[in-house]
Design a protein around this ligand. Structure first.
Ligand code: PLP
Length: 368
């Protein structure tokens, strides 16, 4: 049965609880994985930057648009990721476009999985002269296409580290082993993995213990880091190459200074509170256990995302409505790429308490 996603207007900061329509709700939506978005420290960081720089640098990075706070943010990202450098640009959505426009060479063939995020597919369509799609659930489809073909150029695989809807983690080791023996790159949009998976939130490659120069990620600071804008953590040489070659980087204005101030405060906070990653991993496991104990089908993943496609007797839209009536916001979504009937995308953060997750489970249990 189809439902309709209700428009949700938040009337205050994002956190484990939010205000909607003048009421408080326990919140299991969004992407505030490290519970940063509502933090006082980020607001103060934004205000300090606003007072010093104003809002906009009024120019693109390739002309006079770089403020010293952009360099400061890039150093923070590089230090967090341990990469030596980083490139910051206006939005997470542009990440794959920055990578492809900055790194593709004549003769490259791009392989992108069919259900990749719109930003990845848009970027491939815009920047790849030669590309094909494959099924992530059937890597044989990639193997077959690699066998059949293409020229002698590099194979560049583009994909998302963590699926925003299902929480599935990109099968990086398997993809790398299929690429063995060919010149290749794997470009990962780690919007939902950076700050979330792996050693101290280093992301999808770290989750698998993969350290390879051929694996390069972009990420957003609008999710785990509670701020905004896109980043590519990179070696100094790669950062230089992207700045020199990517017109997406060169021809768009960088993020406003207050955004950078908030992001810098987020990295400072996270550095002082590594326990956040442990809490997030524990809460992700607890949410999974809680939902599967209700008899619902929960895909295995370390991500803080639990998709509810089929909720037994209740359609996902109805379950979401009933939870809303009980003070729990677990948004029903028809986000592009979700099943035709829509779904509930449950997300948990480092800031949720055990009691809050138990309450979600208890209320869903009663409703089913
Ligand atoms: C995989 C992926 N890439 C990029 C984005 C866009 O990031 P932002 O909203 O920070 O621009 C999203 C957002 O949902 C995403 O899921």
């Amino acid at each position: 049965m189809k439902g309709k996603a209700r428009e949700i207007i938040l009337e205050g900061p994002v956190g484990p609880e939010v205000s909607v329509g003048g009421k408080r709700f326990l919140y299991f939506g969004g992407t505030d994985y490290l519970s940063m978005a509502g933090r006082e420290e980020l607001r103060r960081g934004a205000i300090r930057a606003l007072e010093r720089f104003g809002v906009s640098s009024s120019a693109a990075r390739s002309s006079s648009g770089t403020l010293s706070i952009h360099l400061e943010l890039e150093s923070k990202v590089a230090a967090f990721a341990g990469t030596g450098a980083a490139v910051n640009y206006s939005s997470g959505y542009l990440g794959m476009a920055v990578l492809l426009s900055g790194m593709l060479e004549p003769g490259d063939t791009v392989a992108v999985h069919r259900d990749a995020h719109a930003s990845i597919k848009d970027a491939v369509r815009a920047w790849a002269a030669d590309y094909f799609e494959f099924e992530l659930d059937d890597l044989e489809s990639l193997a077959r296409k690699l066998e059949k073909g293409g020229g002698d150029g590099r194979v560049v695989v583009a994909g998302e580290g963590v699926s925003p809807l299902s929480g599935r983690v990109f099968p990086l080791p398997e993809v790398l082993s299929l690429l063995n023996g060919r010149e290749h790159l794997v470009l990962i949009d780690d919007a939902h993995g950076f700050g979330v998976l792996g050693q101290n939130g280093l992301g999808t490659a770290s989750h698998y213990g993969v350290e390879s120069k051929s694996v390069i990620s972009c990420a957003t600071l609008s999710k785990a880091f509670g701020s905004f804008s896109g980043v590519v953590p990179a070696t100094a040489a790669l950062a230089r190459k992207i700045r020199k070659k990517s017109v997406v980087y060169q021809c768009s204005s960088p993020p406003p200074a207050p955004i950078c101030g908030a992001a810098i405060a987020a990295f400072d906070y996270v550095e002082a509170h590594p326990e956040l990653f442990v809490r997030l991993a524990e809460n992700s496991r607890m949410l999974r256990r809680t939902i599967s104990a209700l008899g619902l089908d929960v895909p295995d993943s370390p991500a803080p995302i639990v998709p509810l496609f089929d909720c037994g007797s209740l359609a996902p839209s109805l379950l979401s409505d009933r939870l809303f009536d009980r003070g729990i916001l677990a948004p029903f979504t028809q986000y592009p790429g979700s099943p035709r009937g829509g779904m509930i995308r449950l997300a948990v953060t480092a800031g949720h308490t055990t009691g809050q997750i138990e309450r979600l489970g208890a209320e869903i249990g009663k409703l089913l």
